[in-house]
Design a protein around this ligand. Structure first.
Ligand code: PGA
Ligand code: ZN
Length: 431
């Protein structure tokens, strides 16, 4: 059977979940089929991320238009990919990387590249007649991922409240995908009731979590535990907590941090978070220190219980060279994978593969700016990472991904459930 080849690659702008333009790429195959995909966009971005190309010189969309990225797709990328085999994702992604030829993807733009990469993947899966996750998985151990579900947000994701960016719930003892989301919904509902009882706001942040009800991160952690109990679940037995400290955004010009109004050294940050690990059932800590504070990260890694997941987001930026450095220096034991931090789906999957080889975990993550596109759910399943971070169980750009997971879990030949990722064992000492 001859596979259809790529007849045309095109793009245009659409609006994302914050009402900001983003790239939608379309791949037309020689048999006339069309597939599309949309690029996500971060707010709490790291300096080591690949570049999101925006029309800063143009007055349109307040300088945030993506016309330059769209033109790159229609012209150069179209020229490079036309005629290629749509089912060979690695070759297509490699062609994008070679065409861009910059370290930071600033020529084409990582937003142009990721939209095209995902649209090609979707077209390839449709041409083969297999689900997207299976098309992307290849030999990888595809699994249905344990979700980290946003409950409370502060800082850049909710513009106020506590300084840590997100407190998430991890329903690690759930027996399957559907139950994990049912528990998350119960906790979210229970948290809303707690907030209403306190006459606190129930407005939600960019990822659907409630705006932090207190300027004290510890108070929010305590409230998250109350919400778990209120949902008739057991903190540390059924459900754990995860933090995205996003400490890069707390760093001052002298290298110190400001956490909940207090100026701190790296050592103080580690001591404070280590205390939270004692006081609350935390299974995962993301970005407890800034994106260039390698010494601070090492201190965190040697201070925290090694069973607690220590995730590099801004530190690693889904870049292989930074992952290698972190592994060699013993700075993190897990990597957050965001495809637009690097540029293509194949590169993002390669980072997950390398993490597995290095004995590190990975978490496939959405961005705070998302769209109704759901390719991320398939990427997470295909990667075999076993964990996904998409936001809360509210806002349809989040639910698009969760509902896709549910459809895959309920479909024929569903991949196995990832299970607890070893998180249950962290609390055995406390029993
Ligand atoms: P971002 O946030 O998409 O705004 O970067 C997500 C995260 O920090 O994990
Ligand atoms: Zn993060």
């Amino acid at each position: 059977m001859t596979m259809p080849h790529i007849a045309e690659v095109s793009a245009d702008w659409v609006l994302d979940s914050r009402g900001v333009p983003t790239v939608e790429a379309t791949v037309v195959l020689s048999d006339g089929r069309r597939s599309f995909a949309q690029a996500p966009s971060g707010a709490s971005t790291g300096v080591h991320e690949s570049l999101e190309r925006r029309d800063h010189q143009s007055p349109r969309f307040g300088g945030r238009g993506v016309e330059g990225a769209v033109c790159a797709v229609r012209d150069e990328i179209n020229g490079a990919l036309v005629g290629m085999d749509v089912t060979d994702q690695e070759a297509l992604d490699e062609a994008l990387v070679v065409l861009d030829a910059t370290e930071d993807r600033s020529r084409l733009g990582a937003n142009a590249m990721v939209a095209v990469s995902a649209a090609c993947a979707r077209a390839g899966s449709e041409a083969r007649g297999v689900p997207l996750w299976r098309h992307l998985a290849g030999e990888r151990p595809a699994t249905l991922p344990l979700p980290m579900v946003n409950l409370f947000s502060g800082n850049l994701h909710a513009r106020g409240g506590m300084t840590i960016q997100d407190i998430l719930v991890v329903p690690f003892n759930a027996p399957d995908q559907a139950t994990s989301l049912e528990w998350a919904e119960g906790i979210y509902r229970s948290a809303r009731l707690l907030l209403e009882k306190r006459s606190a706001s129930t407005l939600v942040g960019d990822e659907g979590g409630f705006g932090a009800p207190s300027a004290s991160s510890a108070a929010c952690l305590a409230l998250a535990c109350e919400a778990i109990v209120g949902a008739d679940l057991r903190p540390g037995v059924d459900v754990g907590l995860a933090l995205d400290v996003a400490a890069t955004h707390m760093v001052q010009s002298d290298g110190s941090y400001v956490l909940d109004g207090t100026t701190m050294s790296s050592q103080d940050m580690v001591t404070t978070i280590a205390r939270w690990l004692e006081d609350y059932p935390i299974v995962s800590v993301e970005d407890p220190l800034g994106e260039d504070d390698w010494d601070g990260w090492r201190l965190a890694a040697t201070t925290f219980d090694a069973r607690v997941q220590l995730v590099g987001d801004d530190l690693l930026c889904t870049h292989l060279d930074r992952l290698e450095r972190a592994a060699a220096a013993g700075c993190a034991n897990a990597v957050l994978i965001k495809a637009n931090q690097i540029g293509t789906l194949s590169e993002a999957l390669a980072v997950g593969d390398r993490a597995r080889d290095l004995g590190m975990r990975s978490v496939v993550s959405a961005r705070s700016g998302e769209t109704e596109d759901d390719w991320l759910a398939d990427l997470a399943i295909a990667s075999g990472a076993g964990q996904i971070k998409v936001g809360s169980v509210a806002r349809s750009e989040r639910l698009a991904k969760y509902n896709r997971l549910l459809r895959v879990a309920r479909g024929p030949d569903a991949p196995p459930w990832a299970g607890d990722n070893g998180f249950g064992a962290i609390f055995e000492r406390a029993e």
